[in-house]
Design a binder for this molecule. Structure first.
Ligand code: XMP
Length: 499
């Protein structure tokens, strides 16, 4: 299968580049600047980056000259400097929407000669390398593109991967299909077929265990693996008592798809250990360790030699800049420590997929739209959404309230516009009035955020009318809740979860 490799120099848009290439049907991956190329790549894209090339200059990939390369922003500066051009700090930078004039180039085939692009740069290419041609110029006269066709080198100052660049998708298509001659063979149906045969040949007749969390990733990983090895997959669903209502149906959902999940109710043990614990970190540790302990017990008796994990591509991107960013929050999710301890080999069928691709695979394998569109849910579950001590009673209150909130969002269509929405039960009570009597109920906080990867987030502006419906439904159906508030804090400074 043809592939386009994106070299990451630290741009916030690097992953987006790989996604854009995949969206047009060609496999693409992100690698670090010191990646060992195989020579079989169809083309290379050099990403943007925060540094100035005259301060930090990486070596260019060896295969430049042999396969086509597209340099973007910092990637363009790197090409300019390496081939004898000159890059310097511009008298003024260009940020945001910028008009550019495009000249004749295979990269701009079929695109109007005047076009709107998205720029974000302070440095400029002052002089082109010898024999290179200028292919684009911005309205302020700054070089916006160049090429050296014989050397298969193309560069642009603006970002074709962001939606604000009017013909960005066409430029990427021109590079990938027109210049690199890659074939569009990356489809999720092809992925499913080839991954199933890969799993079969890797695992043969050995057994695989996997924890099903209720989330999309672990469910899709299980479906794919089950298709490959049938009942040699032993999916285990540990109920820690801290699940949302929607998660509790997961074993049943999977059984309709032919997968028998082993349901382990360990909630008693979790509640016992969480008794009297108030500190958020201590709660997280107890939940994480107890989960591993319960799972390990099940794993030992299963005779498995493989551990299935729902790791997806953004978690594994092997590049300098991205790996620093993804210092992991998800320690619990990964059943940390277990593989070494039990000498298990790891199976990660989704490790090349972006989230939207995982969803597509799920849909193709029979999961409903509602299921594959669910919001992320943390491993420690409702445990990090009950501030202070966790009790069964509080979990039940929160579970009901959260279910009402989420259903209101779904019914009004707001759910799909939000990255993550949930409720938090606070350890305070407030005074109210119900009928003629004074009431004294819990305070419930509603939270909804917009985000791309959970690393930063901004609070979502839910229409007031929807908040009103949620609040009145929650307080009328759950007598223990006397007040509902809405969290209007971004991340940073707060985190998405409250604990
Ligand atoms: P925070 O609260 O750190 O959360 O802003 C960022 C994203 O990560 C999720 N999260 C977790 N996911 N195990 C997980 O699998 C965890 O321990 C965990 N803690 C937070 C959180 O829901 C949000 O999507």
């Amino acid at each position: 299968m043809d592939e386009i490799v994106v070299v990451d120099y630290g741009s916030q848009y690097t992953q987006l580049l790989a996604r854009r290439v995949r969206e047009i049907g060609v496999f693409s991956k992100v690698v670090g600047p010191d990646y060992d190329f195989t020579g079989k790549e169809s083309g290379v894209i050099l990403s943007g980056g925060p540094e100035s090339v005259y301060e930090k200059r990486y070596d260019l990939p060896q295969l430049i000259g042999k396969v086509p390369v597209l340099g973007i922003c910092y990637g363009m500066h790197l090409l300019a400097e390496n081939f004898g051009g000159r890059v310097a700090k511009g008298a003024q930078g260009e940020y945001g929407l910028t008009k550019v004039k495009l000249f004749q180039s295979a990269l701009f085939e079929g695109i109007p000669s005047e076009s709107i692009t998205w720029m974000s740069h302070g440095d400029i290419v002052e002089a082109l390398p010898p024999n290179f041609l200028k292919t684009a110029i911005s309205e302020t006269g700054i070089t916006a593109g160049f090429e050296y066709e014989n050397g298969k080198i193309y560069a642009i100052q603006f970002h074709p991967e962001v939606v604000h660049t009017s013909y960005g998708r066409e430029i990427i298509k021109n590079f990938v299909f027109g210049i690199c001659k890659a074939k569009p063979e990356w489809t999720m149906n092809n992925f499913i077929d080839s991954e199933i045969s890969r799993i079969k040949s890797t695992v043969k007749d050995q057994r695989i265990i996997g924890a099903i969390s209720g989330g999309v990733d672990s469910t899709v990983a299980a479906l794919l693996t089950h298709r490959a090895v049938g009942d040699n997959l032993i999916p285990i669903f540990v109920d820690h008592g801290l699940l949302r209502k929607m998660d509790m149906h997961v074993p049943q959902n999977l059984s309709t798809l032919g997968i028998n999940v082993k349901y382990v109710n360990a909630s008693e043990l979790f509640f016992e250990r969480l008794k009297g614990i108030f500190d958020p970190e201590e709660k997280r540790k107890i939940i994480g360790n107890t989960f591993i302990e319960v799972f390990e017990r099940e794993a030992r008796s299963s005779g498995a030699t493989f551990l299935l994990q729902g790791t997806i591509y953004p978690d594994v991107i092997e590049s300098a800049a991205s790996s620093q960013r993804s210092a992991k929050i998800k320690s619990h999710h990964n059943v940390g420590g277990l593989p070494e301890k039990m000498n298990l080999k790891i199976l990660e069928p989704l490790r090349t997929l972006f989230k939207d691709e995982v969803r597509e695979v799920g849909r193709l394998m029979g999961l409903s739209d509602t299921f594959v569109s669910r919001h992320p849910f943390p491993g420690p579950g409702l445990g990090v959404r009950i501030l202070g001590e966790i009790t069964r009673e509080k979990v039940e209150i929160l579970r009901e309230a959260d279910d009402i909130f989420v259903n209101v969002l779904m019914k009004t269509g707001e759910y799909s516009r939000i990255w993550q929405a949930f409720s938090v039960l606070l350890p305070v009570r407030s005074v109210g009035v119900k009928g003629d009597a004074r009431s004294y109920g819990y305070v419930l906080a509603l939270r909804a955020v917009d985000s791309v990867d959970g690393m930063t987030a901004s609070w979502h502006q839910i229409p007031f009318e929807i908040l009103r419906i949620a609040s009145s439904e929650i307080t009328s159906k759950i007598p223990q809740i006397g007040r509902v508030v809405y969290d209007i804090t971004d991340k940073p400074p707060s985190t998405i979860e409250w604990e």
